[in-house]
Design a protein around this ligand. Structure first.
Ligand SMILES: Cc1ncc(COP(=O)(O)O)c(C=O)c1O
Length: 417
């Protein structure tokens, strides 16, 4: 942006953007239009316009710093964001220390000190140790550390810390990394994706010329659903459902229900035909058969729900949600869509395709013949053979018979997801 787009106090040049950025000339009109005018003209009906401004702010943050808008939460300033975050972090036995550099911004250090009321002790890395050296952080990130506050740019020295490396080290050691980008947002590249930290705290008061009050906190989506905040507000009813607000990758165990079938179905396993199925208390029962499991990184979509089992009704959640539980929703026939094969194809399409595939690949032919020789059900069923061939093509439905509820693996593996 050009100098003419700012009110520059005095004759200039203005060299205090690290403290407060200059006021953009467009700001007064924008405040008038988006804040005062809706209020003036619509009174209480101004809320939709005001709330959409908050959404626009979050979207702009996602454009600037990457990630998804839903993972950014507006804050009055950095220290108030930190004060909300610390008591909400998951507590882990033996992890009692909050670590920061001695040269951290005073308001942030004050918040760390106050966290002693929630059982944390603050440890400061002495000023004499270089906060830009990964060795300094490596020595300080000991097993008692629960979380580390890392300023990207130190306010009084201008030192730039290698935040992505420090966040990686924290991840390796199961320590929550909280980055302070107050001094770097708008002047250095800042990316929640590249930094891969747990939390990013910033404001728009400096190089972004957004004025005081426009602070923000980004939280890694997979951490968000584990937080237990006490300082909550209007949107808590959404958060409190455990609903995931932004997609995120998660290390999880999936169940493959290869053998499952509707009880009493005279046709083959997995081909749903309720006409011949047994009905019990108004439901068709499902026999889960042998369950195969794998542990993979899956994408948890926005709108998914996380159900913690360390809650009073945790056992009930397990009984209802684990496919292998005899009283699960799955075995009571509530999830028959598991059997749906989106890419299922007609025999007249699959058979010539299968013939061509078997002729053109010796390896596939060998595998097919091995299956014929060793699996009598396969050998006797054209349906099974077609289904097997379909699975060798790119058209197969990768999610058919994959149970849609996954089990989250230990936090250790997810801390950086
Ligand atoms: C590195 C750093 N962190 C945080 C802050 C501001 O903290 P708060 O928003 O809590 O006033 C500043 C302000 O200058 C800063 O330089």
């Amino acid at each position: 942006m050009h100098r003419d787009e700012f009110h520059v106090p005095g004759p200039g040049p203005y060299a205090l953007a690290h403290s407060v950025g200059c006021l953009p000339t467009r700001t007064a009109a924008a405040i008038q239009q988006h804040y005062l005018q809706p209020w003036q003209l619509q009174g209480g009906d101004a809320w939709p316009a005001w709330l959409s401004s908050v959404d626009e702010f979050r979207k702009s943050l996602a454009v600037l710093f990457g990630g998804e808008a839903a993972a950014f939460c507006p804050q009055a300033n950095l220290s108030s964001g930190l004060a909300k975050l610390l008591p909400a972090l998951p507590r882990r036995p033996g992890r009692t220390v909050l670590l920061a550099a001695e040269d951290s911004f005073p308001s942030m250090a004050f918040v760390l000190q106050q966290a002693r009321d929630t059982g944390y002790e603050t440890r400061l890395i002495p000023r004499a140790q270089d906060p830009a050296s990964i060795g300094t952080w490596s020595g300080a990130l000991t097993p008692e550390v629960a979380a580390a506050l890392v300023p990207h740019v130190h306010s009084n020295t201008g030192v730039v810390a290698p935040v992505a490396d420090i966040a990686a080290l924290c991840r390796e050691r199961d320590i929550y990394s909280i980055l302070d980008v107050a001094q770097s947002a708008g002047i250095l590249p800042v990316s929640v994706v590249d930094f891969a930290a747990d939390v990013l705290l910033g404001s728009c008061v400096k190089w972004l010329c957004g004025g005081p009050g426009a602070g923000f906190m980004w939280i890694r989506p997979s951490l968000l659903s584990r937080l237990t905040p006490t300082d909550v507000g209007w949107s808590f009813h959404i958060y409190n459902t455990g609903a995931v607000t932004a997609a995120f990758p998660l290390r999880a165990t999936r169940a493959h229900l290869d053998d499952a079938k509707v009880v009493g179905d005279r046709r083959e396993a997995g081909i749903v035909g309720t006409s011949s199925a047994q009905v019990l208390e108004g439901h068709v029962r499902v026999d889960v058969g042998k369950v195969r499991q794998d542990t993979v990184t899956v994408t948890i979509p926005a709108g998914a729900v996380r159900v913690p089992v360390d809650q009073p009704l945790g056992d009930l959640a397990i009984v209802l949600l684990e496919a292998e539980s005899p009283d699960s929703f799955f075995q009571w026939g509530f999830m028959l869509s598991v059997f749906h094969e989106a890419a299922n194809s007609e025999p007249y399409v699959l058979e010539p395709l299968g013939d061509r595939m078997l002729h053109s690949s010796a390896a596939l032919r060998d595998a097919f013949e091995h299956q014929l020789a060793t699996d009598p059900v396969f050998a006797g069923s054209a349906e099974r053979r077609r289904s097997w061939l379909l699975r060798q093509t790119p058209y197969a439905d990768a999610l058919c018979r994959v149970y849609p509820i996954v089990r989250e693996e230990e936090e250790t593996e997810n801390i950086g997801a």
